[in-house]
Write a protein that binds this ligand. Structure first.
Ligand SMILES: Cc1cc2nc3c(=O)[nH]c(=O)nc-3n(C[C@H](O)[C@H](O)[C@H](O)COP(=O)(O)O)c2cc1C
Length: 194
């Protein structure tokens, strides 16, 4: 995909056949997948909240969804997907470092190649979550992604060091919101409505 993406910009002519863009260059036929209906759910979690949220989103998203840890997500995974759900905690008023590392690592390799694709976010937080969500919105803006669902923030109300460091459980109502979000994104991608 990398090599094709490079040549793609100087291809001489283009046609579309059944979801594939075909470019002709010096007799070679180059193809890049268009309109992937794969929902990529990228997550990071330290004490279980965001992991439970990601698992819930995946549960209802169906077979066209992929669930990947932030640390294993590669630029190619982003390129191959049609839309994204980013799920992580807020730490020190920012997105968690591991999720930021994924964006740092993947930002330039995919810049200019995700434009217009849909995305949504879900943040696990003690009492806020807005800082992490704003950061992800700014990065998504750089990639020219399109937000298609309201930000989802799950507050665990963990305040003391002991509570913050403890493994978390997420209540059913909040897991349902995550399931609904995963289902809506996946279905929207399958139907091509975004
Ligand atoms: C180092 C650290 C910093 C945190 N900073 C914030 C914060 O700025 N705002 C907030 O709402 N919660 C904050 N929290 C609370 C976590 O966001 C919360 O515990 C969340 O449920 C963690 O998600 P996880 O269980 O998926 O790791 C912090 C937690 C840690 C460990």
């Amino acid at each position: 995909m990398e090599a094709i993406g490079t040549i793609y910009r100087i291809a001489a002519s283009r046609e579309t056949r059944s979801g594939l863009t075909l470019d002709r260059l010096g007799g070679f036929l180059l193809a890049e997948m268009e309109n992937s209906d794969t929902l990529l759910i990228v997550w990071h979690s330290r004490t279980g909240t965001a992991r439970a949220m990601a698992d819930a989103a995946m549960e209802e998203a169906g077979t066209t969804a992929r669930l990947l840890r932030a640390e294993e997500t590669q630029p190619g995974d982003l390129l191959d997907a049609g839309g994204y759900l980013f799920i992580c905690p807020e730490n020190l008023a920012s997105m968690t470092g591991m999720m930021k590392e994924m964006f740092d690592r993947c930002y330039y390799p995919v810049l200019g190649r995700l434009e217009g694709r849909p995305f949504a976010t879900a943040i696990a937080a003690g009492s806020d979550g807005e800082g992490a969500q704003r950061q992800m919105d700014r990065i998504a803006k750089g990639w020219r992604l399109k937000r298609v669902a309201e930000p989802l923030i799950v507050n665990t109300d963990a305040q003391t060091p002991k509570e913050i460091l403890a493994e978390k459980t997420v209540c059913n109502e909040e897991l349902t919101a995550c399931r609904d979000l995963g289902a809506a994104l996946a279905e929207g991608l399958r139907q091509g409505v975004f």
